[in-house]
Design a protein around this ligand. Structure first.
Ligand SMILES: C[S@@+](CC[C@H](N)C(=O)[O-])C[C@H]1O[C@@H](n2cnc3c(N)ncnc32)[C@H](O)[C@@H]1O
Length: 246
């Protein structure tokens, strides 16, 4: 994945992110619901920070954010520039070893080299420190490619076994759980504007060629085939990883 393109895509999304991140909030709330909020917790790929940051601070933890995107970090700093954040890459964290009591990361690691990201997060975590991660995995966004027509391309999200392989290299204990998280949109335009609005339109497989009226009608028909009472669903497979460094 091209880091400059990823940062650019999230920079572009930053000012509007909060209006489109309902799914990220749904997953983030679940991720931090039972978390141990002790000491300094590093939020990997914190984005504007809202859900995870506010929940952790409310429960007495010291939140610290790191993200590739400067514009996301400007939002995360908060109105009084009070929240500590640093620009950095999850695959090469700008922190000394054993700096943090806990690590949390919501819907970020699918953009990273998992082996490097896991190695780095465990390096900066103190012994006995906890990590709680929500990772988008294979099988996500199926509604966008449900009729094999190649109209749209979806990123190659990592498989659960790839995540397990990265974790298994280390002396840790962990539990995994996969949940399907779905959010419904009134129509196809709202669905795409939400994907763009959270910066998730940065694909490693861009769709090429002109997209005319016929293309749009076919995409619309593909999505409408999934319509529920609540609207057009978009589903993510989320792997929740909860563990401790030994
Ligand atoms: C979908 S947003 C999630 C933001 C936040 N965690 C939330 O729950 O709202 C993904 C974030 O990951 C950041 N990101 C992607 N790759 C990264 C990397 N290699 N290092 C640091 N941040 C990264 C992006 O800039 C973006 O802010």
């Amino acid at each position: 994945m091209d880091k400059v393109a990823v940062a650019q895509s999230f920079d572009d999304a930053a000012s509007n992110y909060q209006n489109h991140c309902q799914l990220q909030q749904q997953v983030g709330s679940k991720l931090v619901a039972d978390i141990e909020a002790n000491g300094i917790i590093l939020d990997l790929g914190c984005g504007p920070g809202s859900v995870v940051r506010d929940a952790l601070i409310a429960r007495g933890a010291h939140w610290f954010g790191v993200d590739l995107s400067l514009s996301m970090l400007q939002q995360a700093r908060g109105h009084q520039q009070a929240n500590p954040v640093v620009q950095g890459d999850v695959e090469a964290l700008p922190f000394a070893s054993q700096s943090f009591d806990g690590i949390v990361s919501n819907m970020v690691l699918q953009w990273c080299d998992l082996n490097r990201a896991v190695e780095e997060l465990l390096r900066v975590l103190k012994p006995k420190g906890r990590f709680d991660l929500a990772i988008v995995i294979k099988g996500s966004l199926q509604q966008l490619c449900s009729n094999d027509s190649g109209l749209l391309r979806v990123n190659d999200f990592p498989s659960q076994s790839l995540v397990e392989q990265a974790l298994s290299q280390h002396v840790i204990e962990y539990q995994l759980a996969v949940h399907t998280e779905t959010y419904c949109y009134p129509n196809a335009r709202a669905l795409f504007s939400s994907l763009k609005g959270v910066g998730a339109n940065c694909s490693d497989k861009p769709v090429t060629g002109l997209k005319g009226k016929g293309w749009w009608q076919q995409v619309n028909a593909m999505l409408e085939a999934h319509r529920l009472d609540e609207g057009l669903p978009l589903s993510y497979q989320i792997l929740y990883v909860r563990g401790r460094k030994l």
